[in-house]
Design a protein around this ligand. Structure first.
Ligand SMILES: [Zn+2]
Length: 116
């Protein structure tokens, strides 16, 4: 899966969420670019209670985590219960399309494809 990330045309910095200027050089020359959604799980936590009883109640306990993508962007996503910090993951749209979830890569040496 690829993600359309905002990339600075001046310095090449990718950023998420989108902003009006580049977080590195403050340029306004920003463009959307499809980038490979492969990275490393750097943190995870399990949510046992929802502040909104209607939201996610059927999904609890829910495991969420932070994934550091190769583009240096970090995203908070749904994480498999057996995922371990440091594992290589790929991101995809979760069922229903309202969230992004991580999938542990069977080949931990998997590298993103060239962005050319
Ligand atoms: Zn920039």
């Amino acid at each position: 899966m690829t993600l359309d990330l905002q990339v600075c045309a001046c310095c090449g910095t990718a950023q998420y969420p989108p902003r009006s200027v580049c977080r590195t050089c403050l340029s306004e020359a920003l463009e959307a670019r499809a980038m490979e959604a492969i990275g490393t799980l750097v943190a995870a936590a399990t949510v046992h209670r929802s502040l909104d009883p209607g939201a996610f109640a059927k999904s609890l306990p829910l495991r969420i985590g932070t994934v550091a993508l190769e583009s240096s962007v970090r995203m908070i996503v749904l994480v498999p219960r057996d995922a371990i910090i440091g594992q290589r993951v790929s991101l995809r749209a979760a069922s229903g399309g309202h969230a992004i979830e991580a999938v542990v890569l069977a080949d931990p040496s998997a590298r993103p494809r060239s962005q050319d």
